[in-house]
Design a binder for this molecule. Structure first.
Ligand SMILES: Cc1cc2nc3c(=O)[nH]c(=O)nc-3n(C[C@H](O)[C@H](O)[C@H](O)COP(=O)(O)OP(=O)(O)OC[C@H]3O[C@@H](n4cnc5c(N)ncnc54)[C@H](O)[C@@H]3O)c2cc1C
Length: 466
C-alpha cells in the first residue's frame, strides 16, 4: 500500500480561486497541498482572459491605424506581423504566470506543497496524484477544494476528423494569418476572435446556429453587434447548423451548413470551433468520492459552494453557472469568509457583471429587458445611441448604444447593457449605483466631468423623463 500523506487542505487547480485559497489557508497555519496538472495560473492567465485581451489590444491598434486618415493622420500601408503579436501575448502570459509562481514561493516558508500532476479521487477524502516527474502520490485532507475549470468543447459533426479544427487555445499559437477563418459559434469567444482576426487581415465567416448572435442578450443588442460586424466586413451566417466537413485540395476546408433555405457550402482556409466549454471532471473521478455531478458533468453545489460530500467544495467553472474569472475569485471570497473568518457568505442574490471585449466593448449587468418583461416587472427603459455622447463623437467612436432597465416603482436600476466605447467601464459605474440601490435620478443629476463618457449617463437617464 502506498503511503498516504495527510494535509489539512487540498486545492486542485491554480486559477483565480485556486491560487488564493492555498495561500489564505497556509497563512492561517494549515498544511496545504496544491495540485496542478497544467501551467500555473489556469485558463485565465494561460489561454483565456490575459492572452485574448492582449491580442485584442493589438487588433485595436491595427483598426485605429487603418482609420488614421479619419483623424487627419497620415500613415503608410498597414500590415500585421502575427508572430510579433503572438510574442507580445506570450510574454504577457509568461509574466502573469511567473508572478503567480513568485507568490507561491513567497509563502514557501509556510506549509504549502505544490504537486505538479493530475489528481483523481480514489476515496471520499483521498486523491491519487499522477506526478509529472513520474510516479504517484496519495494525499488526503478533511477539506478539499475543486477548482479544475473547463476546456473547449469539441466539435462533433460528420467527417470532423478530416480537417484540423482550431479551438480558443490553439488559434492563439498560429504563426501565419488565416486567409479565411470560419468560426462556428456566435457566443463571446467566437465574436472576440472573429473581430480580432478580421482586424489582423483575415476574411471571417461566423456561423451561428441560433437565430442571432449572443443569444442570451436582448434582440437590439444582437442586432446592433451583427450590424457592426457586417460593417467591419465580417460575414455573419445566422441560423446555420453545421452538418459536415470536407478537406478540399489547396488547404481549403468546406463546411456544409443547413439553413432554412436548404444546404449551403462555406469555404475557408481555417476553422475555429467556439461552441462552448465542458467541465474538467472526467479525469478527476469525483464519483469515487461520492460527489454528485449534474447531467452535463458539472459538480453540483449549494449556495455555500458545498458539494454533496461534507468538507469538499467546488469553485470556478467546474460548478457550472457564469464562467468568468471574477466569479471564480468571488467563490474564493465566499469560502474564505465562511471557513477562515467565521462569516456566512453565499452565492444567493449574487449579481454577476461581464464584459465582452469586442469593439465597441459590451458591458452587462443585471436584468436584460427581455428578462424583466418576462417576469412581468413594471419597468422603464432608458436608451441612448453612443452618437449622442459628446466624448464618443470627439474620439470618433460612436457605434453602439447604452440601455438601462429601471424599476418604475422604486426607480432603482435593474440592469444595463452598454455597447460602446469602454462599455465595460461605463457599466461598472451603473453597477456601483445598483450596489448602493440608488435611484436612476442620482446618476441623471450627478455632476460628471465634461467631456467624459460617464457624462453620457446624465443624458441616458434624462431620456426616461422625456
Ligand atoms: C478564450 C477565453 C477568453 C476568456 N476571457 C475572459 C474574460 O475576458 N474575462 C473573464 O472573466 N473570463 C474570461 N474567460 C473565462 C475564464 O478564463 C474562466 O472563467 C476562469 O479561468 C475560470 O477559472 P477556474 O477557477 O474555473 O479554473 P481554470 O482557469 O479553468 O483552471 C483550472 C485549473 O485546474 C487544472 N486541473 C484540471 N483538472 C485537474 C486535475 N484533475 N488535477 C490537477 N489539476 C487539474 C487545470 O490544469 C487548470 O489549470 C475566458 C475564457 C476563454 C477560454
Amino acid at each position: 500500500m502506498p503511503k498516504v500523506t495527510n494535509f489539512d487542505v487540498i486545492v486542485i487547480g491554480t486559477s483565480q480561486g485556486g491560487r488564493f485559497l492555498p495561500m489564505a489557508f497556509s497563512k492561517a497555519g494549515r498544511k496545504v497541498a496544491l495540485v496542478e496538472r497544467g501551467p500555473l495560473g489556469g485558463v485565465c492567465v494561460n489561454s483565456g482572459c490575459t492572452p485574448t485581451k492582449t491580442m485584442v489590444a493589438s487588433a485595436r491598434v491595427a483598426y485605429l491605424a487603418r482609420r488614421a486618415a479619419d483623424y487627419g493622420v497620415r500613415t503608410g500601408s498597414i500590415s500585421v506581423d502575427l508572430q510579433a503579436v503572438r510574442k507580445r501575448k506570450q510574454d504577457m502570459v509568461e509574466g502573469a504566470r511567473n508572478n503567480f509562481a513568485g507568490l507561491i514561493t513567497e509563502v514557501q516558508g509556510l506549509d504549502l506543497d505544490l504537486l505538479t500532476g493530475e489528481a483523481r479521487f480514489i476515496a471520499p477524502k483521498t486523491l491519487e496524484v499522477s506526478l509529472k516527474e513520474g510516479g504517484t502520490r496519495e494525499i488526503t485532507a478533511p477539506l478539499i477544494f475543486i477548482d479544475t475549470g473547463g476546456r473547449p468543447k469539441q466539435l462533433a459533426i460528420k467527417q470532423v476528423g478530416n480537417v484540423s479544427v482550431l479551438n480558443s487555445t490553439t488559434i492563439m499559437e498560429l504563426d501565419s494569418l488565416p486567409e479565411h477563418l470560419l468560426i462556428i459559434g456566435g457566443g463571446y469567444i467566437g465574436l472576440e476572435f472573429g473581430q480580432m482576426f478580421r482586424r489582423f487581415g483575415s476574411q471571417i465567416t461566423i456561423i451561428q446556429h441560433h437565430p442571432r448572435l449572443l443569444m442570451n442578450e436582448d434582440e437590439d443588442v444582437s442586432d446592433e453587434i451583427t450590424k457592426i460586424f457586417r460593417e467591419d466586413g465580417i460575414t455573419v451566417l445566422i441560423g446555420g447548423t453545421p452538418q459536415r466537413l470536407e478537406q478540399l485540395g489547396d488547404n481549403r476546408i468546406q463546411l456544409t451548413v443547413r439553413t432554412r433555405e436548404g444546404e449551403q457550402q462555406v469555404n475557408g482556409s481555417h476553422l475555429l470551433a467556439a461552441i462552448g466549454r465542458v467541465p474538467n471532471t472526467e479525469a478527476l473521478t469525483p464519483e469515487a468520492a461520492g460527489i454528485r455531478l449534474d447531467k452535463s458533468g458539472y459538480i453540483e453545489i449549494n449556495e455555500r459552494l458545498e458539494t454533496s460530500v461534507p468538507g469538499i467544495y467546488a469553485l470556478g467553472d467546474v460548478k457550472g453557472g457564469p464562467a468568468f474569472t471574477h466569479v471564480s475569485f468571488d467563490d474564493f471570497r465566499i469560502l474564505r469568509t465562511n471557513l477562515l473568518e467565521h462569516g456566512s457568505a453565499s452565492t444567493r442574490d449574487r449579481v454577476v457583471p461581464y464584459t465582452i471585449f469586442i469593439d465597441p466593448q459590451f458591458g452587462r449587468i443585471g436584468m436584460s429587458e427581455r428578462e424583466a418583461r418576462k417576469q412581468g416587472r413594471n419597468i422603464r427603459v432608458a436608451k441612448l445611441p453612443m452618437n449622442a455622447v459628446i466624448r464618443a463623437l470627439e474620439t470618433g467612436e460612436t457605434r453602439g448604444f447604452m440601455k438601462a432597465i429601471i424599476d418604475a416603482d422604486t426607480k432603482q436600476i435593474l440592469g444595463c447593457a452598454i455597447l460602446g466605447l469602454e462599455g465595460g467601464e461605463l457599466m461598472a459605474i451603473i453597477q456601483v449605483a445598483m450596489m448602493g440601490k440608488l435611484p436612476y435620478t442620482t446618476l441623471r443629476d450627478a455632476i460628471f466631468t465634461h467631456p467624459t463618457l460617464a457624462e453620457g449617463l446624465n443624458t441616458l437617464f434624462v431620456t426616461i423623463d422625456s
